[in-house]
Design a protein around this ligand. Structure first.
Ligand code: FAD
Length: 288
């Protein structure tokens, strides 16, 4: 319950943070909200030599519209997203997802960037990032690169970030007319983490047929994933109850589900199917 010894540095700018990490890319770690890293350090699952605190870099916390894009800074907290009027209007999946995370304390300190970079198999943001086809902008001493959410989550607690890189921004394309979104989740009763969580982002055409659908699922496997079988079964269809139920039955296709004391893999897949159906139904009702 007591972390191993470590050094601590506050970065005041993004450039300073990158330079501090570059001194020891394998031994240093970014500290944002600390709501995943500090517990891991107390359990000695993580033993960084140096913590580089980015929580006070003001230019990393923002939500803004630029052209047809929505930009979110990495240290924007769950609460700031939950309470953003702009996001409620333009991308309501994000506030809905944020509101489902943990409790008030967690939402006040935890950040979207920290959650994505942590890639917890039961974290909520990875499902939303996948469903929204988010682009993740990362910065390291070799410069900046943009990673699609589909390529970002590599495995359990593992992302495409390389040592010394900082996730600095989440970029989304503004949803077009006819979009509908929903997040459905079965929370673990103690922590709120997703036993199964499903994010749906779809677009209906003027004829009410499904033009596109993206479905991100978390809590079920070692990392969040796109439910491609569900998406394919919705494309170009009228989304009546039977089509939705049949599409949702593919929510666990090709997945090696996690089992633990709380829920078996089979039960997690069952929850994913049920909540995929509910999330598609809700997104369809909201579309237009
Ligand atoms: C009691 C409790 C309940 C919770 N319930 C939920 C829940 O229901 N749903 C959910 O999704 N989460 C939940 N969480 C986790 C919470 O959302 C965390 O805030 C989040 O997972 C990590 O964000 P953070 O800002 O705290 O990151 P930190 O803990 O500071 O960092 C996490 C990891 O990401 C790295 N990192 C952080 N920011 C960056 C960055 N910008 N670039 C590169 N690397 C970075 C760190 O080095 C570290 O490895 C819960 C946590 C607690 C303690």
């Amino acid at each position: 319950m007591i972390p191993a010894q470590f050094d601590y540095q506050v970065a005041n700018t993004l450039e300073e943070a990158v330079a501090l990490l570059a001194q020891d890319p394998d031994g240093a770690k970014v500290l944002a909200g600390g709501h995943s890293l500090i517990p891991a350090m107390k359990l000695r699952l993580a033993q960084p030599q140096l913590l580089v605190d980015i929580a006070r870099i003001k230019s990393l916390a923002y939500i803004r519209e630029e052209g047809d894009q929505i930009l979110i800074g990495a240290t924007t907290t769950h609460y700031e997203i939950e309470s953003s009027e702009l996001l409620r209007r333009m991308c309501p999946l994000l506030p809905e997802c944020a509101a489902s995370i943990g409790d008030v304390q967690v939402r006040n300190k935890g950040t979207i960037g920290g959650s994505l970079a942590h890639s917890d198999p039961a974290g909520d943001w990875p499902a939303a990032a996948l469903a929204l086809n988010a682009e993740l902008v990362v910065l390291g001493s070799n410069g900046e690169r943009v990673i699609n959410a589909d390529d970002f989550f590599v495995d359990l607690l593992t992302t495409a970030l390389t040592p010394g890189e900082i996730l600095r921004e989440i970029r989304l394309t503004r949803p077009p007319t006819g979009f509908g979104q929903a997040y459905q989740k079965v929370p673990h009763p103690a922590s709120g983490f997703a036993v199964a969580g499903v994010a749906v982002n779809l677009v209906l055409g003027a004829d009410h047929a499904c033009q596109s659908a993206s479905v991100g699922i978390t809590g079920v496997a070692s990392k969040a994933y796109r439910a491609k079988g569900v998406e394919a079964a919705l494309k170009a269809k009228q989304l009546d109850d039977q089509t939705i139920a049949s599409a949702a039955s593919h929510a666990g296709d090709g997945v090696d589900p996690n089992s633990d004391l709380f829920a078996s893999g089979e039960y997690r897949c069952h929850l994913a199917r049920i909540h995929t159906r509910r999330a598609i139904q809700t997104a369809t009702e909201r579309a237009g």
